[in-house]
Design a protein around this ligand. Structure first.
Ligand SMILES: [Zn+2]
Ligand SMILES: [Zn+2]
Length: 146
């Protein structure tokens, strides 16, 4: 993150410096997908988290619904070790309000588009060998032998 990126992810206000904002870290239950580039101004942070129960355990900090590990967003301040969780619905709402989250989480799969494309999935070898190219094409019988 460079200095020019010191901008609130929620309201877009330029921040005078790192101390003017709150850096936060989140991942969708998979630490490997962690994103630690979140930054919002103090006002937005308070507005966004002021109503959250950040001490909830395995529950959504907004609605207190059960938040299973891999179906929730794990969120914490960069400078604090204890994350809290948001259920899928509130995670999506939160993330989609951020200016910097590209791409957005897919509500259906709770994954960022592009995640989960493991090896072997999807495009296999042989792409382009459509059934239209039948054998013998170009070798028509009688062609030129009329
Ligand atoms: Zn802001
Ligand atoms: Zn919730």
């Amino acid at each position: 993150m460079s200095i020019s990126d010191l901008r609130c992810d929620l309201c877009g206000t330029m921040l005078a410096g790192p101390a003017a904002g709150v850096r936060f870290v989140y991942h969708p239950g998979v630490p490997a997908l962690r994103d630690d580039t979140g930054l919002v101004c103090l006002r937005c942070w308070d507005a966004a988290t002021g109503t959250m129960d950040t001490t909830a355990v395995a529950r959504c900090a907004v609605c207190a619904a059960p938040a299973p590990r891999q179906r929730s967003l794990h969120l914490r301040r960069f400078d604090q070790p204890d994350p809290w969780r948001l259920c899928a619905e509130h995670a999506i709402a939160f993330l989609n309000s951020l200016a910097t989250v590209q791409p957005k989480l897919d509500p259906a799969t709770f994954r960022f588009p592009g995640d989960g494309q493991g090896p072997g999935e999807g495009e296999g070898p042989g792409e382009g060998e459509g059934p239209g190219e039948g054998p013998g094409e170009g070798e028509g019988p009688g062609d030129g032998e009329a």
